[in-house]
Design a protein around this ligand. Sequence first.
Ligand SMILES: Nc1ncnc2c1ncn2[C@@H]1O[C@H](COP(=O)(O)OP(=O)(O)O)[C@@H](O)[C@H]1O
Ligand SMILES: [Mg+2]
Length: 216
Amino acid sequence: MIHLENVSKRFEQESVLCDVNLHVAPGEFAFLQGRSGSGKSTLVKLLYREIERDTGSILIDGVLIETYPKYELRRKMGVIFQSFDLLERKTVLENVMLAGQVIGREAKEIEAEALRLLKRVGLEKKANVRPTVLSGGQQQRVAIVRALLNKPKLILADEPTGNLDPETASEVLRLLRELQQEEGVAMLVITHSEQLVQSFSAKSWVLDKGNVYERQ
Ligand SMILES: Nc1ncnc2c1ncn2[C@@H]1O[C@H](COP(=O)(O)OP(=O)(O)O)[C@@H](O)[C@H]1O
Ligand SMILES: [Mg+2]
């Protein structure tokens, strides 16, 4: 699902990624762990082409990412950030449905899917409230539902638990793991926390000094 081969990226004098190889199979769950500033978000931005790599190749779903128009590439993936990024003036349901509306799906169909997923994450009663009244953990669950709405083949979660207390962080991560299996989606969860990674048994990649290796 994700295939990076000898990918390098530098910003002016700073070499951030250096001949990086990383693979995530279809339907697979994996972590990418590395210290703050190690280049994790840079790698994520390369995957959805917010920035471009200097060398190497990146394949998503078996195809070099330049082959797709950007909108098509981005439709293959759901992205989740530390900051939730929900619209304050819209309800929870509207926030989720927007992801389907922007790609032109039919309202009835996306509403049914949004409600199914909101129920799955325990938020069916919050469908009509504004996200601002929700806790951080609840807001992140809304963002997770939004990322899953269009049935992407891949979810990229960049520090999805970075704004949450440790207990809520574990809960959200457990939920992500369950949904990954239930929905059959590949998922790359990015975190600085070695502790979080060690509390789950899952494949993990480590980013350190520009190099990526698989943790044994
Ligand atoms: N657009 C940019 N221009 C210049 N330097 C950048 C840019 N984006 C990231 N960097 C630098 O690249 C390094 C890695 O950043 P980042 O990928 O955000 O790390 P992480 O997500 O692991 O904390 C940092 O030193 C950061 O300052
Ligand atoms: Mg980051």
